[in-house]
Design a protein around this ligand. Sequence first.
Ligand code: NAP
Ligand code: MG
Length: 488
Amino acid sequence: MTDERESALLESVPNQLFIGGEWVDAAGGATLDVRDPSTGLVIRSIADASVDDGARALDAAVAAQDAWAATPPRTRSDILRRAFDLVQERKEDLALLMTLEMGKPLAESRGEVVYGGEFLRWFSEEAVRIAGRYGLNPEGTGRMIVSQRPVGPSFFITPWNFPFAMATRKIAPALAAGCTVVIKPAELTPLTTLYFASILAEAGLPAGVVNVLTTSSSGSVSGPIIADPRLKKLSFTGSTEVGRKLIAQAAEGVLRVSMELGGNAPFVIFEDADLDKAVDGAMLAKFRNIGQACTAANRFIVHEAVAEEFAARVAERVSSMRVGRGTEEGVQIGPLINEGAVDKASELVDDAVDRGASVLAGGSRIEGEGTFYEPTVLSGVVPGSQILREEIFGPVLAIATFADEDEAVRLANDTEYGLVSYVFTRDLQRGHRMIDRLETGMMGLNVGVVSNAAAPFGGVKQSGIGREGGLEGIHEYLSTKYTLIPVD
Ligand code: NAP
Ligand code: MG
């Protein structure tokens, strides 16, 4: 049940589309319901955009593009910085809102507000440092000027698992670069983006620079936007399966794309690892966000000499984790996003157990209100198990073993994904070898979380294209222009 503070907050969240600086109903007045996954109850009814609304949103972004690109970088920077400050003021509201629509424990939602907010601060700083270069050509006959121009109107599609950070990680660099935006959050968690749009407006963002479309028809509303020649950029975070389709659609107009897709992170523990650190790192890398993170450790690949001790120690920690509604003090594991996610976790655990894995903790869905699955530890997971191939996206820690470094590398790289890897070893040389040998865009060496606004986030292989954050992030929204002027 929602208490008074929750009701007041939910009432305050805009429930319309944000187009051209106005809050407007969907054409035809359609609405969709947003639910709390810990209770299954409807918490807010909001506008359900149609294809026509999509066209209106893109019109608004296109109309605002030239003026926004011509806005002084310092002004763009100041708006982002004000948005950052407002996010700090509204931190508790944003956190509660995310917990209500997505389910994660409040402490983790607060963490996401900090992480997501940092993109606003980081890119407010980057907006005024967009540099080019100037030089003579080698022949001495020409002056070469290389400058950076905003790509233009950009379309963002974001997932439900990090409703705030996935929005800011795209919007902040786009605004810093001088691009306007249409964003379509996931149907399951649209409220955070609507609330954030109201913060951007309050921070002084001109009308039309950011437009928000909430819809229950993601495919049909997105298709025409992606096909429109006025759109210059598509950035997507979500599953590899949908990303692949979007790349194909974007190919038609040779649209620039950034893709942050699925992961299947290996978490490799060598026999010389500091096991205390490895256990702490494992708890974070696995159970943060109830296991529903693209960076979640998916396969624990542990040296056979320490596997039993590691398994026993994590099982002890996991057995005492508190499961419940994310708003309750001390809860560490909230609900999974929906029934389908619980079915998937059950299926993967059952398959692993059928093939011989042992259940050291948890292992079952939790019956009753909401969509909960017990935090679980499986040891002795055999090669070929489904759980080693697929993204678990749930609170299940699966342990397999290896005998030597080459086998660890082979197992870790045995996936089409390449987002992040985690390695625990005290051997510095081995650590460096693993940086070179593991096929992932990011690595945590003796640490279980790598995300930071100052770092280039992204994957190789089928985990994606492009980087978000860091010095690299703004370049996803800039195109390079080279000019030659003869020396007279
Ligand atoms: P998803 O089904 O791919 O959905 C992601 C977004 O795409 C949602 O907004 C969804 O809208 C939309 N969408 C779905 N089908 C579409 C279509 N045909 N055309 C246009 N848009 C479409 O992914 P998910 O299950 O929600 O999210 C989990 C996945 O995201 C995992 O694979 C995870 O690894 C990945 N992820 C990756 C990163 C990263 O940075 N690499 C970060 C977070 C999550 P609706 O849901 O409203 O249909
Ligand atoms: Mg989906």
